[in-house]
Write a protein that binds this ligand. Structure first.
Ligand SMILES: Cc1ncc(COP(=O)(O)O)c(C=O)c1O
Length: 276
């Protein structure tokens, strides 16, 4: 059978042979020192490349999961959110935010056109938005938002975090988190990264991390109906790339977990931010 397929869409994109070969390696444990070293290296490199002193999260999932992570970690019920939509994926944030019981205002463009930056500036000045979302390139129409201009405008609104959906742009377009004052940038591995589908990537600025801390315990736990492995002795969890077999975890309370590892001064897991 001929397995060769040429995909010529924004994503998933073709994956080079060398990456395919790596994906065929033997499975390793998430506690394997080589894996831990590799994972930490990836996160460090991603933080450097997208220039943030904040944090980068690499989790098993889709771009949509990263979209939801961004919202879930920065808002609470009743918060005002401004969604700037240039098409299908921009609109996805409307539904997502309403489901989280946020107060959503929408600025939509005619498909194929952009929402003028002046309109975004005007809207931001009218309410105390906690978050504004923007899709850098909306795959449905190919519309590219003037991100640098939008970042400059958003920077003036201190209480408003700028969330940028980069699923169709990150690694293909200019996006530097701290330099451009992006608060959260998110993408999936299957597009301009040229890696196979399955990883969601999210960069959070210090300001976004501070917002997360200020919200305290959040509901939800890796979108479970039921956490897999619950009740099993070791309770091994895949926190989406942040792997942990720590029995001392207090779900929803990052502090308890963190303190445990500080005391232990080791651990095969832990990034300092909890997902939800
Ligand atoms: C701009 C944009 N945002 C979000 C998504 C959702 O990503 P996923 O399909 O990985 O959930 C896509 C998918 O094509 C996209 O193009």
């Amino acid at each position: 059978m001929n397995n060769k397929k040429l995909v010529m869409i924004p994503g998933p994109t073709p994956v080079t042979r060398s990456i395919q070969d790596q994906m065929g390696r033997e499975t390793v444990s998430f506690k394997d020192q080589d894996f831990i070293g590799d994972f930490k290296g990836v996160v460090k490199d991603l933080k450097e490349m997208w220039r943030t002193a904040g944090e980068c999260f690499v989790i098993a999932g889709t771009g949509t999961l990263a979209m939801e992570m961004a919202i879930a970690n920065t808002t609470k019920r009743g918060d005002q959110v401004l969604v700037v939509s240039h098409g299908y994926f921009g609109d996805r944030y409307i539904d997502m935010c309403r489901r989280r019981e946020l107060e959503v205002d929408v600025l939509s463009s005619e498909w194929g056109k952009i929402v003028p930056v002046e309109n975004i500036e005007k809207a931001l000045g009218e309410k105390d938005y906690r978050v504004v979302t923007i899709t850098h390139v909306d795959t449905s129409t190919g519309t590219k938002a003037p991100l640098e201009e939008i970042c400059k405008v958003a920077e003036r609104f201190e209480n408003t975090l700028l969330i940028v959906d980069g699923v169709c742009s990150t690694a293909g377009e200019r996006e530097f988190v701290d330099d451009m004052n992006i608060d959260i940038l998110l993408t999936g591995s299957q597009k301009a990264f040229g890696v196979s589908p399955g990883l969601a990537l999210l960069w959070a600025s210090e300001k976004a991390l501070e917002r997360r801390r200020s919200l305290g315990t959040r509901s939800g736990f890796h979108w479970r109906f039921q956490r897999s492995g619950e009740g099993s002795e070791r309770n091994v969890e895949n926190r989406g790339g942040v792997f942990c077999d720590c029995r001392n975890r207090n779900p929803g309370n990052g502090d308890g977990h963190r303190k445990y590892h500080e005391k232990r001064r080791s651990g095969s897991c832990c990034l300092p931010w909890i997902l939800w």
